[in-house]
Design a protein around this ligand. Structure first.
Ligand code: PLP
Length: 340
């Protein structure tokens, strides 16, 4: 059946694969890894995930390289981050070794769904942890389910690597100043749906959120971090209310490797008038270049790309990271886990 998949046309949707892997935390410890062919789970009606949002997740990708080998990008970083998310909302942390073993296993089991080199598609890996024990009072669960599903996803830029417009609106915050923004919590996404849908209906690809306390500084782009190129420097917001993106971290390293100065700091909104390039960055797109940032409340339009083309630095960083993921360039930082 995989012969029938048109890899280049796949969307960022859900296509069933052969297996998912699961592990339960009960009596204070993680059990054995289970391999499942079922696409559903059996859940208690009073599970804390359903009532009080005890749900965290991760997102990473596996690629078929130029040499035919399958590479998973920065697996350990995702393993470490989900531990922080778990601690953040009082869930049982999944040990790095267990996370790593399960990711490798689920990719191996579904190897026929890793799209071919050159298709632009990849295998998206979605680890998920939920509180499953019955609890009607507001308390953390005592039992957890950690599972990983995979699904092939198509190239992010189907019409080429082109900039899109994003917008700023002050009517919605996705997270609170000292809230859950620094963790990968499903609830943050629920809080962003209305703003996101509104932005899409107005023709914008994303909302660029401002810091929720003062609305003076840039935060991030919904499900992606934000960075800009200003006078040859890579600038990206430092904030307590954004998720530390592994893609952003990688791009910062690549920028430094290229001799570009990196500044992680508060970026006042007005500074957008002085940037030459900008992009949203995350696992889905790597870097999605920005053409224009429209402040819907003030009517100010920050035109980033005057010719509608992505800038040279964003393009170079994007190409470099993709080349490492696809095994076209040497992985000098040891970011890839090769599956054999
Ligand atoms: C997942 C996520 C990102 C991107 O992180 P990557 O590790 O680069 O994929 C950025 N912001 C938020 C809110 C996220 O949930």
């Amino acid at each position: 059946m995989t012969e029938e998949l048109d890899w280049g046309k796949l969307s960022f949707g859900y296509i069933p694969t052969d297996y998912n892997v699961r592990c339960y935390y009960r009596d204070g410890k993680w059990g054995d890894i289970e391999v499942s062919q079922s696409e559903t789970i059996n859940l208690h009606i009073a599970a804390t995930a359903l009532h009080y949002g005890q749900e965290i997740f991760e997102g990473l990708k596996a690629f078929r390289g130029k040499d035919g080998k399958v590479r998973i990008f920065r697996l350990e970083e995702n393993a470490k981050r989900i531990i922080e998310s778990a601690k953040g909302i009082m869930m049982a942390p999944v040990p790095v070794e267990l996370f790593t073993e399960m990711v490798k296993k689920v990719v191996k089991l579904n190897e026929r769904f890793v799209p071919p080199y050159g298709s632009g598609a990849s295998l998206y890996i979605r680890p998920l942890e939920i509180g499953i024990s019955a609890q009607v009072g507001v308390k953390p669960a005592t039992e957890y389910l950690f599972l990983i599903l995979v699904t092939p996803v198509g190239p992010y830029f189907k019409e080429g690597f082109k900039p899109t417009n994003i917008c700023i609106m002050r009517e919605f915050d996705r997270v609170a100043p000292k809230g859950t923004g620094r963790w990968k919590v499903g609830g943050n996404y629920a809080a962003s749906l209305e703003a996101g849908e509104r932005a899409h209906s107005l023709g914008y690809s994303a909302v660029l959120y401002l810091d929720p306390k003062e609305k003076k500084y840039l935060d991030e782009c919904g499900p992606a971090n934000f960075f800009a190129i200003k006078d040859g420097k890579y600038i990206t917001p430092a904030s307590e209310s954004i998720l530390p993106s592994i893609t952003n971290k990688s791009l910062m390293q690549l920028a430094e490797d290229m001799g570009i100065t990196v500044e992680r700091r508060h970026i006042p909104l007005e500074e957008l008038a002085e940037i030459q390039e900008a992009a949203a960055c995350g696992t889905a797109a790597v870097a999605s270049p920005v053409a224009e940032i429209d402040d819907l409340d003030t009517g100010v339009k920050y035109v980033v790309s005057k010719d509608g083309q992505p800038g040279p630095v964003v393009t170079a960083l994007y190409n470099k990271l993709r080349a490492i993921q696809l095994g076209e360039e040497e992985d000098i930082h040891g970011w890839n886990t090769v599956i054999d």
